[in-house]
Design a protein around this ligand. Structure first.
Ligand SMILES: Nc1nc2c(c(=O)[nH]1)N[C@H]1C(S)=C(S)[C@@H](COP(=O)(O)OP(=O)(O)OC[C@H]3O[C@@H](n4cnc5c(=O)[nH]c(N)nc54)[C@H](O)[C@@H]3O)O[C@H]1N2
Ligand SMILES: Nc1nc2c(c(=O)[nH]1)N[C@H]1C(S)=C(S)[C@@H](COP(=O)(O)OP(=O)(O)OC[C@H]3O[C@@H](n4cnc5c(=O)[nH]c(N)nc54)[C@H](O)[C@@H]3O)O[C@H]1N2
Ligand code: SF4
Ligand SMILES: [Mo]
Length: 765
């Protein structure tokens, strides 16, 4: 058999590196990086531990290869292998029956991070008539997108280049989370004496190590920190007066609002030095300056909206917007917009009527979306609707639990493992166990798949085409072709939703028989065909600067896509939806009730602030823990703390520790790092794929899963979007005399010994 070379892409992170795959008889026998195609970067590949997984995982014995239907009790691990036709016919029949009984909102969906293209699922849900898609929206992406859109009329991205005088990296750690060109740019900047680098993070991360200034605020106090920077910049006359006068509204209101946020006041609240805030403010006011933020400020509950608003105001008053070397307003895509791919407008009235968010989270709702779109669309820009209207999990779980406001009885889970990554695992588990139908589409028999009725095998990287378009908020799509047909009976996610949709009366809307055809049609308006896209790996236009000064047909500057056409320092849009015109910091969520704290304190436990989920290579959320080489290196989940905190708690690196809150508890190993004192940081997504998921322990989701403590309850969520908290939390902590189960080590899955690894933990630092 001859060996053919096929151009394809890795999708073990969102970067989508290009590879040449050697294909023999429909099987991939080798892969090599393709230096000719976007986004090739030798240093990125050198730093990546995952790319070999493309060979290891494509035929791993742990992959699900055929459609499976449950034939024992839910979660009993008893499955029958069935054909695709049987699976899809049966699912379609059950969905039809449930829709007849309870209406089209009866099915919900759950998605995760950007592992695949989610628009086919969204399209399926829109056409079915259900608005009940849950996912990362409120906690990962929406807060930033919403606040950018409300303040500037569209989304914004840092434009870091030789013009940039300073960069603030706020609540993000690209050293671990983003092995891409952006991280390489940060490394370059750190070596250049003329560009100042500030990192705002309670942990002294690998990114912070490169900084000229590391600011470690108390979690969730970022809004106060930003407001004091704004106040200082105004008081010291460091703001861009001309830009503010010409292009901003609400400045006088802002001046009065921020007066009380002195450097000293913020220093006290945030637990940082006033002089450090002053320095950061002065550097950022020396325009052009750029800022990049991440989940450190996306997942802080009630503070998420005011913090992102304060961030936008900082950009505006310093003139660090729409200017080269600062932050640029992105362009809408030249290819078909996500909002059209999702078919949201085909069924708008039904979706709006059934949306449980209506009147509860006024911005993250169909009416909120429609209002903001009226403004952004003045400049011909429409945000993706399905993320920004996605249902609040507290409401959908309640509908599953109580049947109110109407029953939700079925669930489609695509590319997520909610028993590990959604808040309040006990609640998610109980709600899911009570459903009539759960369909999980995944590569592996995850704990969530283990309690499904159907597990449908998904085609992974190199077995399917890739088209990453970031929800269409920028004019960029990248990816390429599959190298091989899916192995065994795996299917591309698009095909699954198309075939299910066709069985449910959606055939007219699914004209493109393959994902490749759908992508080709998506690209058509740009004039680029699918083959060219696969050859070069990208279809994009760089964002322009000074777009607000471009002239419209009447010869007037286009301005910004907001109600006033200017940058809204004081937001009329938020006010009209019942929110604050200006950012007001709020209290952080608490996970421990007073009674619980008192009870545990009486038993010697200590109450401390908690942050969770700081990204770490080589893992990704709950993924790749089944990779023996990775587990060899990182066999156990850790809770990080400073040396002084460990001493106060009487703990040493490598010792057992247990964290608890009202909702549950989880066990870890202590790791000592440089970070803010009196604060804990817990790993998230931890489970044990080496355990049999059906043996009652569900792969260990009850052992070291920090989301058994967290909560998405609306009463302590941000009121406009509904963001809950994975950071700026609290917990009770005690030492754990029973060592963590280390089956992977004990059973010889990995060669380490527990003590060798724990010793290494303490010696690494
Ligand atoms: N290796 C790996 N990479 C990933 C992922 C993964 O799971 N693993 N997940 C992907 C996904 S889904 C996402 S959303 C991105 C996230 O990417 P990032 O946003 O870069 O996430 P982190 O690396 O966790 O960095 C967040 C930082 O915020 C800090 N932080 C916590 N609380 C606060 C706070 O209150 N204020 C401030 N200022 N900082 C705080 C934490 O200490 C942490 O260092 O990463 C993506 N990349
Ligand atoms: N406590 C806490 N919780 C958090 C976070 C935190 O920091 N702390 N972070 C939150 C954030 S930002 C996010 S984005 C989520 C991330 O969490 P998720 O994105 O939900 O990640 P996983 O739970 O690992 O689920 C990914 C699953 O998708 C499967 N998969 C991968 N690619 C594909 C594909 O192409 N098709 C299909 N069908 N399946 C695929 C994988 O096998 C895996 O089982 O977690 C959130 N939860
Ligand atoms: S995991 Fe990410 S960085 Fe590594 S090869 Fe794959 S796409 Fe590239
Ligand atoms: Mo995320």
């Amino acid at each position: 058999m001859s060996v053919e070379t096929k151009k394809t892409n890795c999708h073990y992170c969102g970067y989508l590196c290009a590879f040449d795959a050697q294909v023999e008889d429909g099987r991939i026998v080798d892969i090599t990086p393709d230096p000719t195609r976007y986004p090739y970067d030798a240093s990125i590949l050198a730093g990546c531990r995952r790319w070999k997984m493309n060979l290891e995982m494509i035929d791993s014995p742990e992959r699900v290869n055929h459609p499976l239907r449950r034939c024992g009790e839910r979660g009993s691990g008893k499955w029958e292998r069935i054909s695709w036709d049987e699976a899809l016919d049966d699912i379609a029949l059950r969905l039809t029956t449930l829709r007849k009984q309870h209406g089209s909102g009866v099915v919900a969906s759950m998605i995760g991070g950007p592992h695949t293209s989610f628009w086919p699922l969204h399209k399926f849900m829109s056409l079915f008539g259900s608005p009940n898609n849950m996912g990362i929206g409120q906690i990962c992406w929406n807060p930033r997108i919403w606040m950018d859109a409300i303040t500037f009329g569209w989304t914004v991205e840092a434009d870091i280049n030789e013009l940039t005088n300073s960069v603030i990296i706020w609540g993000t750690n690209p050293a671990e989370s983003d092995n891409s060109a952006f991280w390489r740019a940060i490394i370059r900047i750190s070596k250049d004496d003329t560009t100042k680098l500030v990192v705002v993070d309670p942990r002294y991360t690998k990114t912070a190590r490169l900084a000229d200034l590391w600011i470690a605020p108390n979690p969730g106090t970022d809004c106060t920190l930003m407001l004091s920077m704004i106040n200082y910049i105004i008081e010291q006359d460091l703001y861009d007066k001309q830009f503010v006068q010409d292009w901003c509204v609400g400045f006088d209101e802002l001046v009065a609002h921020v007066k009380r946020y002195s450097l000293e006041m913020a220093a006290e609240v945030c637990g940082v030095a006033a002089d450090d805030i002053r320095k950061a403010a002065e550097w950022f006011a020396d325009s052009p300056a750029a800022m990049v933020s991440g989940r450190g400020i996306d997942q802080i509950g009630k503070n998420v909206l005011p913090t992102h608003r304060a961030r936008c105001i900082l950009f505006a008053i310093t003139g660090n917007i729409d200017k080269p070397g600062s932050c640029l307003i992105l362009d809408k895509s030249d290819f078909v917009e996500e909002v059209d791919l999702e078919c949201t407008f085909d069924n708008w009235e039904t979706l709006e009527k059934l949306s449980m968010n209506t009147g509860i989270t006024p911005l993250q709702s169909y009416s909120g979306y429609a209002q903001i779109m009226r403004d952004t669309n003045k400049l011909n820009r429409r945000l993706p609707a399905r993320y920004l209207t996605s249902a609040h999990p507290d409401l959908v779980l309640k509908a599953m639990e109580t049947g109110e406001p109407y029953p939700v009885r079925a669930l489609i889970v695509e590319a997520t493992n909610p028993l590990l990554t959604y808040a309040d695992t006990h609640r998610v588990y109980r709600a899911l166990m009570g459903l009539d139908l759960i369909v999980v589409i995944d590569y592996f028999m995850t704990p969530t798949a283990a309690i499904a009725d159907f597990v449908l095998p998904s085609a992974a990287a190199m077995e399917r085409a890739t088209f990453q378009a970031h929800g269409g908020v920028a004019n960029i799509a990248y990816g390429g072709a599959a190298a091989v047909e899916p192995y065994y009976e795996r299917k591309c996610d698009y095909d699954i939703f198309r075939e299910l949709g066709c069985r449910l009366g959606q055939a007219d809307a699914w004209m493109q028989e393959t994902f490749e055809q759908a992508c080709a049609d998506t690209l058509a308006p740009t004039g680029m065909d699918w083959e060219t896209y696969c050859q070069i790996g990208i279809c994009s236009q760089p964002p322009r600067s000074y777009k607000h000064l471009e002239l419209d047909e009447d010869g007037n500057p286009k301005g910004f896509g907001t109600a006033s056409g200017k940058i809204e320092l004081a937001s009329s849009a938020l006010e009209s939806l019942g929110g604050d015109r200006l950012p007001c910091p709020a209290d952080n969520r608490t996970l421990c009730s007073d009674a619980f704290i008192a009870e545990r304190e009486s038993q010697g436990w200590v109450h401390l602030p908690l942050i969770t989920g700081g990204r770490k290579q080589p893992y990704n959320a709950s993924m790749y823990m089944n990779n023996p080489a990775f587990r060899e290196k990182y066999p156990l989940p850790v809770v990080e703390m400073s040396r002084s905190t460990a001493e106060k708690l009487g703990l040493k690196a490598g010792e057992g520790i247990v964290l608890a809150a009202d909702n549950g508890e989880a066990r870890f190993v202590v790791d000592i790092i440089e970070m803010k004192d009196d604060l804990l940081h817990a790993d998230y997504g931890w489970w044990h794929p080496e355990w049999d998921v059906a043996d009652g322990r569900l792969g260990g989701i009850w052992e070291s899963n920090i989301n058994t403590l967290t909560s998405c309850s609306l009463d302590q969520s941000e009121p406009m979007i509904g963001t809950w908290s994975y950071n700026a939390l609290d917990c009770m902590v005690a030492s754990d005399p029973t060592p963590l189960t280390t089956d992977a080590i004990d059973k010889g899955h990995i060669g380490n010994t527990r003590s060798a690894w724990c010793d290494k933990l303490s010696s690494d630092k």
